[in-house]
Design a protein around this ligand. Structure first.
Ligand code: FES
Length: 571
């Protein structure tokens, strides 16, 4: 088998010359033949001035390279796209697949025996896992790590549950401009990813549950020595993976995905992770069965006491022992024989983990934060392909609710009318936002967290049922139905909801229904046919013509595995 710098030679029609030329060029950077004979470990450098969540990249790269060298490999870092959540227009999700293509093709094109994927901000870890799953090399994930918490007038704060909480108070005219400006300085007190159980932290925990990180890789904050030790260990592990030929398909198995789903449910994780896990699984040839995921949720309690479902922040989870503490508690529900990047099983790694100690961040299964998993899958005539609600972050009073639809046709309409005193809305209504699905916005933005209309916010209303085909940030909270499939932009039933229609939500029965007859809906569809969005050229054209719906992970259809191998979870 060809390895190292001999792999994947550039086509000049003469393999000997190709290798000769490659070595000549890399020697221009001062390498010796002895160095070039080592296993080559590629390291993705996703630093960007637009991505403070990856702001510790220089230190991480140094630590990974140290680990690679110590283990006898040759580290070679290379850049790929980086996506910072709040810097990407129209939304970071629009670019996730692009980053996955970049990652996949750079892994294929350049000579490396294993790769260290360094990511952290919401879309980067999913994109890297999707790309690596398709490329098929030995691959290991290194998480950048969470930011520290801040302090505002004696209160612990952190991005971004508190960003939303303070902003909602400002909208309700509960706090002054001077205070909102002051808290703005404290919400992100260091580099690193959001400090609550948002999408970034969720994907970090999922990556470890999948067996794609070294043990303990999910929780150390970005600026800690523990994070750097994880990085060094990751580099060393990558060399061993290269030597053993431990390719990604041996780690990303059906059992690994089921472990990841358990963890997603037990941490009260982000709804976005359902879409990302579906996309990663799709690359490995697994179809996600949303109904089975819901059944799994009914028997998986939320154990992690982190915002937005609970109270603590990621640094507290780390201090409580991180994933080992959680996995130990979940042990009877896990596939302990799933292989990890270390070459050992999840069960073996748990046995090797430091001993448990008293802590109050991970609850025992006998005393959970929430008796069921954080997420529930809804179905009904409004969402024939399913919808998701984060029940652990919803208002218990609204989970069985029937109300009058107050409809917004899209983001512009929402911006124009949501704060108008003329808006005909009460706290018992159901806000419906159309055209923010995969094709609609496009890119399925995190606009599903529709703000409480200002006139209701002023009256002290904190929650109202909201429904859309979009996503919401994992850091958000409320009775919010998301990912309605099929989306309105492709003519899903959501497109035909009108002001005043009655909508019924029953989380208990997993139901989301539009109380309008089929004939009437068919009449409306004929009266106002939906024109799917199109684009003339470029990435937008590729996106709009090939993006799949939420139940297929919002991946491009041509990137999913050519042959499917089964449905997960088997629950
Ligand atoms: Fe990057 Fe939250 S904005 S993780």
């Amino acid at each position: 088998m060809t390895t190292g710098m001999r792999k994947g030679l550039t086509n000049y029609g003469d393999a000997g010359f190709s290798l000769f030329l490659r070595k000549a060029f890399i020697k221009g950077a001062g390498y010796t033949d002895r160095a070039l004979d080592r296993p080559v470990i590629g390291i993705t450098d996703t630093a960007s001035g637009y991505n403070p969540c990856h702001g510790n990249m220089p230190q991480l790269l140094e630590a990974v390279q140290r680990g690679v060298l110590m283990a006898g490999g040759l580290p070679v870092k290379f850049p790929t796209i980086s996506i910072g959540e709040s810097f990407a227009n129209p939304t970071s999700m629009y670019l996730r697949n692009l980053m996955s293509i970049d990652t996949e093709e750079m892994l294929r094109a350049q000579p490396m025996d294993a790769v260290v994927l360094i990511g952290g901000c919401d879309k980067t870890v999913p994109a890297q896992l999707m790309g690596a799953a398709s490329a098929g090399l030995p691959a290991i994930q290194l998480i950048t790590g969470s930011m520290l918490t801040g302090s505002h007038r004696g209160e612990v704060v952190g991005a971004c549950t508190d960003c939303r909480r303070f902003w909602a108070r400002f909208r309700a005219e509960d706090i002054e401009e001077s205070e909102i400006n002051a808290v703005n300085d404290q919400l992100v007190p260091s580099v690193g990813t959001c400090s609550v159980m948002g999408t970034a932290s969720t994907m970090a925990c999922i990556a470890e549950a999948l067996g794609m990180t070294v043990p303990g890789g999910a929780s150390p904050p970005a600026v800690t020595a523990d994070r750097m030790r994880v990085a060094e260990n990751t580099g060393a592990t990558a060399v061993q993976m290269a030597k053993d030929g431990l390719t990604v398909d041996r780690v990303l198995t059906a059992k690994a995905f089921e472990n990841a789903m358990r963890v997603l449910l037990a941490i009260g994780g982000s709804t976005n992770a359902v879409v990302h896990l579906t996309a990663i699984a799709g690359r490995m040839g697994f179809e996600v069965d949303l109904q089975a995921l819901d059944r799994m949720g009914r028997e998986t309690p939320v154990l992690l006491d982190l915002k937005p479902s609970g109270h603590h922040y990621m640094e507290h989870f780390h201090a409580a022992g991180g994933m080992a503490t959680l996995l130990r508690e979940l042990q009877p529900l896990l596939h302990l024989d799933a292989l990890t990047v270390t070459g050992r099983t999840l069960g073996e790694e748990l046995e090797n983990a430091p001993p448990p100690f008293p802590q109050d961040v991970v609850r025992p299964r006998s005393n959970p934060i929430y008796p069921q998993g954080g997420l529930a899958v809804l179905q009904g005539n409004l969402a024939p392909g399913g919808a998701i609600i984060k029940q652990s972050a919803a208002d218990a009073r609204l989970m069985e609710h029937e109300g009058r639809a107050v409809v917004f046709e899209g983001l512009e309409d929402l911006a124009l009318r949501i704060d108008s005193d003329e808006l005909d809305v009460t706290a018992d209504d159901v806000l419906v936002l159309k055209n923010i699905g995969p094709k609609g916005a496009p890119g399925m933005p995190e606009a599903g967290y529709i703000p409480i209309p200002r006139k209701l916010a002023r009256q002290g209303v904190k929650d109202i049922v909201r429904i859309s085909d979009g996503r919401m940030s994992g850091t958000a909270f409320g009775t919010i139905v998301l990912h309605v499939t099929p989306e309105s932009a492709v003519g899903g039933p959501l497109a035909h909801v009108r002001n005043g229609d009655r909508i019924r939500l029953s989380v208990e029965r997993r139901e989301i229904s539009l109380l309008v007859g089929d004939e009437e809906l068919a009449r409306r569809a004929q009266e106002q046919p939906v024109l799917e969005p199109t684009a003339e050229r470029g990435y937008r054209k590729l996106f709009l013509t090939t993006v799949t719906q939420a139940d297929q992970g919002v991946d491009f259809d041509f990137l999913r595995a050519a042959a499917m191998q089964g449905r997960i979870p088997k629950a």
